[in-house]
Design a protein around this ligand. Structure first.
Ligand code: FES
Ligand code: FES
Length: 185
């Protein structure tokens, strides 16, 4: 059974190893921040609402099987920060770069990965790193948000904190039969 670390928890999935990681995260772990745009195998044309960090690299979870994720470190939007304090999260709110919000988790994950490797990206860098198709058209504000997040990450600017989430990911998650927490030895 595929084992991996998800949001710092060692996990073993009692699921078909051919299942897309996206479905395991959403349906077995109740980590519904990672969005699905539909299509066969979970993959569609949204450009990356399903983005997660795999060993620090932003990848589309609809295109990775559990078998391919074996042994990897997975970070979903719920694990990016415990209190929405990641600079990208703060800047997205500050710049009002969210409308319906469906594409937002994937964008935040892609932007976080970009800033990790390039804290001062150009507009072209940002456009290249964020392939998401946002039907609400937040692109101009999104660019400003990522630029601001870069300045915040470099401590050249600060943003007032956004409100804490109304419910924690732990509280939201219920015991599910297809999920086991692996005890460290
Ligand atoms: S769900 Fe993966 S690209 Fe849309
Ligand atoms: S904010 Fe609605 S699809 Fe992007």
């Amino acid at each position: 059974m595929p084992r991996m670390t998800v949001n710092e928890r060692p996990i073993e999935f009692d699921l078909d190893p051919r299942m897309p990681l996206l479905f395991a995260l959403r349906e077995a772990m109740n980590l519904t921040g990672t969005k699905a745009c539909g299509g066969s195998g979970g993959g569609g044309d949204c450009g990356g609402a399903c983005m997660v960090l795999v060993d620090g690299v932003a990848l589309r979870s609809c295109r990775i099987t559990l078998a391919e994720a074996e042994g990897r470190i997975i970070t979903t939007i719920e694990g990016l920060s415990a209190d929405r304090s990641h600079p990208v999260q703060q800047a997205m709110v500050a710049q009002a770069a969210i409308q319906c919000g469906y594409c937002t988790p994937g964008i935040v994950i892609s932007a976080a990965a970009l800033l990790q490797r390039n804290p001062a990206p150009t507009r072209e860098d940002i456009e290249a790193a964020i392939p998401n198709i946002c039907r609400c058209g937040v692109y101009p504000r999104l660019i400003r948000a990522v630029e601001q997040a870069g300045r915040v990450a470099q401590r050249r600017e600060s943003i007032s904190a956004a409100p804490a989430p109304g419910i924690s990911a732990e509280d939201a998650a219920k015991a599910v039969p297809a999920l086991r927490v692996v005890k460290s030895e």
